[in-house]
Write a protein that binds this ligand. Structure first.
Ligand SMILES: NC(=O)c1ccc[n+]([C@@H]2O[C@H](COP(=O)([O-])OP(=O)(O)OC[C@H]3O[C@@H](n4cnc5c(N)ncnc54)[C@H](O)[C@@H]3O)[C@@H](O)[C@H]2O)c1
Length: 346
């Protein structure tokens, strides 16, 4: 099944990540719109859109579209998403989905009433290694239940204290927050933030008992754009992730205590472990035919758009990064924006 889409906002991100990802999905580019005509024309020429618009409302009225993708910036996303949903279109919008929690709540309400698929481009939740880790943490019996996790993420822009830094934090820190909410299984109950120049430690506790923290730093080399994630389970196992393509699974391998024996006597003499208890290293399988485009998959762009198409085809409105999830991310963001050094109820 081909799904006819109109793409709104033909800027840098559309060019670098979203338009080139479409070729791996059943999404068919029927039209593009941008208030800057040259940007829309360039996208149409390079990515083969038959129709070009400078007004997305005209595009919605004239084209028989199944869905829209919007990459314009959070100040425009709510209006575009609501109008498209009311016009009977499925909607995919880039992060940040909205400038405020109340705008996001309104969007989620319209999405729920529309019966259409509404999804946000929090692409880290579609990193192959994140999906694999989430699957292990939620289904592997020996992992037990999630007890704690941490996310380290590098920001950009000039270090400024809250709330001056709000626009930059909404654009960039919303990434680890979305991952936090995804891996934590929803928004936490309470949140506490400590801040230093260009540094934020955000700790949180969930009603289920697990805890987590984000280290968001702007003090780093531009060459060090590493996402580092670790999850610990009650089965005394842990998962360590680096970016979208590297996952280590440390399985239970503690010697059991034996009365009268010292710890050192219980350890293997050569300090190796049985292979069936050794850590597992996992990476996505690479194929030469897609070698040049690996990043589009590893950074989650192709998988998130494939998921959007799958939900449209199967009529599933609920799922990862839906608008209800967006509300939870904005709730956490607003709690993070409260003055640092105090416990905030999310
Ligand atoms: N997930 C990611 O990895 C990632 C990376 C970069 C950017 N983004 C997000 O993608 C979005 C776009 O970012 P960008 O870097 O491409 O910005 P950009 O400024 O390069 O592009 C935005 C485009 O939208 C157009 N536009 C603005 N308002 C419009 C409207 N009402 N109708 C039609 N066109 C309109 C602008 O003319 C511009 O061409 C932002 O929300 C950003 O946060 C996500």
């Amino acid at each position: 099944m081909s799904i006819k889409i109109g793409l709104i906002g033909c800027g840098q991100h559309a060019f670098m990540a979203i338009l080139p990802s479409l070729q791996y999905t059943p999404l068919e580019l029927a039209a593009v719109a941008d208030i800057e005509e040259h940007a829309a024309r360039r996208a149409a020429r390079m990515y083969g859109a038959p129709q070009v618009y400078t007004d997305y409302r005209k595009m919605l009225a004239e084209e028989e579209l199944d869905a829209i993708l919007a990459l314009t910036g959070e100040q425009f996303h709510p209006q575009i998403a609501i109008e498209a949903l009311r016009a009977g279109k499925h909607v995919w919008i880039e992060k940040p989905p909205a400038p405020t929690l109340s705008a996001m709540e309104q969007m989620a309400q319209v999405a729920a009433q529309s019966g259409k698929v509404a999804q946000i481009g929090y692409m880290a939740n579609f990193f192959p290694a994140v999906r694999k880790a989430k699957a292990i943490a939620t289904t592997e019996k020996s992992f037990g239940r999630l007890t704690a996790f941490r996310v380290r993420y590098c920001g950009s822009g000039a270090p400024r204290p809250k709330p001056e830094a709000r626009p930059m934090l909404l654009t960039v820190a919303i990434h680890p927050i979305a991952l936090f909410v995804h891996l934590g299984g929803g928004a936490p109950q309470t949140l506490y933030c400590e801040e230093g120049p260009g540094e934020y430690f955000i700790t949180a506790k969930w009603t289920a008992g697990h805890i987590g923290f984000i280290h968001y730093t702007q003090n780093r080399s531009f060459k060090s754009f590493d996402w580092e994630v670790e999850l610990c389970g009650s089965g005394r196992e842990n998962l360590f992730l680096l970016n979208g393509d590297h996952l280590r699974y440390y399985r239970f391998s503690h010697p059991r205590p034996v009365p009268g024996k010292k710890w050192s006597e219980l350890l293997p003499q050569d300090f190796t472990t049985d292979l069936d208890k050794a850590p597992l290293f996992w990476e996505p399988s690479f194929d030469h035919s897609l070698f040049a485009n690996n990043i589009l998959f590893l950074a989650g762009y192709v998988p998130e758009l494939q998921e959007f198409a799958r939900r449209i085809e199967e009529g599933h409105t609920e799922g990862v990064n839906d608008f209800a999830f967006g509300v939870q991310t904005l709730r956490v963001f607003e709690a993070f924006m409260q003055p640092s050094g105090q416990v905030v109820n999310v």
